[in-house]
Design a protein around this ligand. Structure first.
Ligand code: HEC
Ligand SMILES: [Cu+2]
Length: 313
């Protein structure tokens, strides 16, 4: 039987979990011993020194210096032990190692969003490699939430208008629950997602494939990438003129180009426009769009195409 089963804790799946549980066990055992000892003596004395006849007098003894010293010194020493042990563990959990991988976390009513800035990935579940310190930089876009993974013994409030940081290192591949532990409104209890801990290879594969498209419908995901890659700075979706053509009415029409040619707007055309904007320059516009080749992943392109299709014509 391992420690976690003994004290009824969930599996210890992060590097700090075992230490947290050992300290917990230490405090638990101390509390049980003190409780049984104190209540035991109390009951014993209640019986032993009960009034047995009318003539019983209270004891003339006022105090016992030696006893009082012992019952002050021993608990004080134990408290100092708990403090030092707890403080070291707490510092460990506060300070992310220098080689941590950073992930941005956004909490909102009532979902979690995980951003991988280096890889341009947005995910609704947290996917991380095992045996690598992960630093989460978290903020909320509405009310206070709290990020909690019981198996990691990691919990931290997520606040609007401010960043909070938490880190962990998962011990092995597996799937764990993420809960919100700050009451945040009607669907608070459903604000649940998962941490997927993968082996290095699986993680790399996940990144290469454009990552956690999650359970969002493709076109909604496309809307996120449309913002994320800054397409919205040059393209409107409501017909308004900008540096680039609006996406309203784009899908399916025949596009005219500056060289006098034309082509139907389909998946391949949009793909080409994003990866090689200079190949076909739309009539009336300048070749001002940067190429997104190598910056945008295939699945993200697919999502953006679905998004363009979904825009009201
Ligand atoms: C700096 C401004 C700018 C940004 C940012 C930008 N574009 Fe463009 N885009 C343009 C301009 C200007 C054109 C028209 C000239 C051309 O065809 O290259 C254009 C053309 C296009 C076209 C062809 C439109 C048509 O009417 O045929 C598509 C599709 C497109 N952009 C998609 C995107 C996507 C998706 C993103 C984000 C990943 C993006 N653009 C980011 C400026 C921009
Ligand atoms: Cu919440």
């Amino acid at each position: 039987m391992n420690l976690q089963d003994l004290i009824g804790m969930p599996n210890a799946a992060s590097t700090v979990a075992q230490d947290v549980d050992e300290l917990y066990l230490f405090i638990l055992v101390l509390s049980v011993i003190s409780f049984v000892g104190i209540i035991g003596f109390m009951l014993w004395y209640v019986v032993k020194y009960r009034q047995q006849s009318e003539n019983d007098k209270t004891s003339p003894m006022h105090h016992n210096t030696q006893l009082e010293i012992w019952w002050s010194v021993i608990p004080s020493v134990l408290l100092v032990v708990i403090f030092i042990w707890g403080f070291r563990g707490w510092m460990d959990m506060q300070v992310p190692p220098d080689d941590s991988m950073e992930i941005r976390v956004t909490a909102r009513q009532w979902s979690w969003q995980f951003d991988y800035p280096r890889d341009g990935i947005v995910s609704d579940k947290l996917v991380v490699p095992a045996n690598k310190p992960i630093k989460l930089i978290m903020s909320a876009s509405d009310v206070i939430h709290s990020f909690y993974v019981p198996e990691f013994r990691v919990k931290k409030d997520v606040l609007p208008g401010r960043y909070s940081v938490v880190w962990f290192e998962a011990l092995e591949p597996g799937t764990y629950n993420v809960f919100c532990t700050e009451y945040c409104g009607k669907d608070h209890s459903r604000m649940i997602t998962r941490v997927e801990v993968l082996s290095d290879d699986d993680y790399q594969q996940w990144i290469d494939s454009g990552g956690g498209l999650g359970d969002l419908p493709m076109h909604e995901l496309g809307a996120i990438f449309f913002q994320r890659y800054g397409c919205n700075q040059c393209h409107s979706i409501d017909g308004a003129a900008n540096t680039g053509p609006t996406f309203q009415g784009l899908w399916g029409r025949d596009e005219q180009f500056t060289d006098g040619s034309s082509a139907p707007v389909d998946e391949n055309y949009i793909r080409e426009s994003i990866l090689y904007p200079g190949n076909k320059v739309v009539k009336g516009y300048q070749n001002k769009m940067p190429s997104f080749k190598g910056k945008i992943k295939d699945k993200q392109l697919d999502a953006i195409i679905e998004y363009i299709k979904s825009i009201e014509q």
